[in-house]
Design a protein around this ligand. Structure first.
Ligand code: GLN
Length: 521
């Protein structure tokens, strides 16, 4: 089925629907895959959610699955099309992190999450557009151009996993993977009206994820329902010998935890944090969501986060420090792009950096150092360069103690605020707040003002700094028809409780059943 005036899409299948249809052979994996590919062909020209499609590979895999139904009969994701953020390595398939630096990089191996998804029967259809190296809050920092929000094409889908969020919201695939360093799964999920989970740090292997900030990065799913997110997390989670930070904690059956019962659950609400800077419509949607949880039997408890106001500066010190170190490897020798002598003028990198060189070409020295400098000057976009400079500065001798070390100390205080809420005198099970202070903003609106862009993360960075699991679930719409997200944060490795509360809330509402206008064009 193709979207278009004659074929409006009136319903979009969930992961569970697709999986059940394929397992029972009511639909073949090939039919499901063709549907996903034709929706992508019809809608992606408007969205630019994908950097790369692997249609032939996906259809070949679907065919082989259909030939061997016994093998896949119990597979948790049998025949489910999935989109992967383009910072997850895929063997033999270009993986760019939406950077010119890696425009032609073809990894020789799969990320652990990719192998796990495939072993569970999922079919990768393509790689999604994102902010370059997952740095940004709007998916506008891609070297290949911005992603558009399916709810309003002139708006951003949020970032950095904006392509993954847009793909799920527009029904291109029922599920996608993103990565979250300071909000990049939750914030685009909120802005596109889908569910997005950042698992506990260490819950999911990072092997094969192109690193942004290693003490913060986690991979997680985006889907239309909490059940689908729980199902996918069960496939992704668990220790991995290839990632020493992956945790040995046992992986429970997350879908079995979704009982719909929140009676007795204690939900912390940091009221003081919501007094300023939160859009009135977002606040209204949050309060309605809290009322709904309360009427289902949950108890609302005021919690205090005295160090929350330091979260943004601490995050941008720690993450840029780690990013500057992680990105040192892009030197023109080991990966991807290398500036060759005599290429100072023209070409795409300058165009992306917004400064086409007017000066005529002058032969310049081309030695090892100038090769490094030219490669990095031309391969990275402006936001990535800004972060490398900031991160290098805060790690430099003389400033390390004043900035980086201080930030790590305050990070511990932020973690203690959470510990106090979860295990103090009046302990709570989850903490509720908005995912983003505003609904989706317009493309171009914040690009010239990085500080304004960084403020989009005010509610998401603290769970990242504390390594805690957090989920965004749709909780309403603004008067302009833009989705709003409710963020719930849980205890370390207690995704089960987090998802149980999110699912109980979702059962009460019809938000996730609403489809964006692009599907009825
Ligand atoms: N917006 C934050 C940043 O730019 C978070 C990004 C992310 O989670 N990858 O760093």
């Amino acid at each position: 089925m193709t979207a278009g005036p004659d074929h409006p899409i009136t319903d979009v299948a969930t992961v569970r629907d697709v999986r059940d249809l394929v397992r029972s052979r009511a639909r073949s994996a090939v039919e499901v895959c063709r549907d996903a590919l034709s929706r992508i062909a019809a809608l992606d020209p408007h969205l630019h959610a994908f950097n790369t499609l692997v249609s032939d590979q996906a259809l070949a895999r679907a065919e082989s699955m259909d030939r061997d139904p016994d093998r896949w009969r119990d597979a948790p994701l049998a025949g489910v099309p999935i989109a992967l953020k383009d910072n997850l390595c895929t063997r033999g398939v270009r993986t760019t992190a939406s950077s010119h630096m890696l425009e032609s990089f073809v990894p020789p191996y799969d990320a652990t999450v990719v192998s796990r998804l495939e072993a569970a029967g999922a079919i990768v259809v393509g790689k999604t557009n994102c902010d370059e190296f997952a740095m940004g809050s709007s998916s506008e920092n891609s070297a290949f151009g911005p992603v558009h929000n399916p709810w309003a094409l002139d708006r951003t889908p949020g970032g950095t996993s904006g392509g993954s969020a847009a793909a799920v919201a527009a029904g291109l695939t029922p599920v996608a993977l993103g990565s979250d360093t300071g909000g990049s799964i939750r914030q685009p999920a909120a802005m596109c009206g889908v569910v997005g989970l950042k698992p506990t740090y260490g819950r999911v292997s990072r092997y094969g994820l192109i690193a942004h900030a290693s003490s913060l990065d986690q991979i997680g799913p985006l889907a239309r329902t909490v059940h689908d997110v729980a199902l996918t997390l069960g496939v992704l989670a668990g220790p991995d010998p290839a990632d020493a930070t992956s945790a040995p904690e046992p992986v429970p059956d997350y879908t079995a935890a979704l009982t719909g019962d929140v009676r007795g659950a204690r939900i912390g609400v940091p009221r003081a944090l919501l007094e300023q800077g939160v859009d009135a419509e977002v606040l209204r949607a949050l309060n309605q969501a809290l009322d709904a949880l309360k009427s289902r039997g949950a108890t609302l408890v005021d919690v205090d986060f005295p160090h929350a106001r330091y979260a943004i500066p601490v995050y941008y010190l720690v993450s840029t420090a780690e990013a500057s170190s992680n990105l040192a490897r892009y030197d023109g020798v080991r990966y991807g792009f290398r500036a060759e002598p005599g290429t100072e003028r023209g070409g795409t990198p300058e165009a992306v950096n917004g400064a086409a060189q007017a000066a005529p070409y002058v032969a310049a020295p081309y030695d090892l150092k100038s090769m490094y400098a030219k490669t990095r000057a031309r391969g990275f976009g402006p936001e990535v360069k800004r972060r490398i400079m900031l991160g290098t500065y805060v790690l430099s001798a003389g400033y390390y103690d004043a900035y980086y070390l201080k930030a790590q100390q305050v990070r511990t205080l932020i973690l203690r605020d959470y510990e106090q809420a979860f295990a103090g005198a009046d302990p709570v099970d989850v903490i509720a707040m908005p995912t983003s202070p505003t609904a989706a903003f317009r493309i171009g609106e914040r690009v010239a003002d990085p500080l304004q862009m960084y403020l989009a993360d005010v509610f998401t960075v603290s769970a990242s700094l504390a390594g805690l699991p957090a989920v965004s679930v749709p909780c309403g719409f603004t008067a302009d028809g833009l989705p709003v997200g409710l963020q719930l944060t849980g205890r370390r490795f207690d995704e089960a409780t987090l998802l149980r509360v999110a699912d109980a809330y979702e059962r009460d509402t019809g938000w996730s059943k609403q489809l964006p206008p692009i599907l009825s064009r």
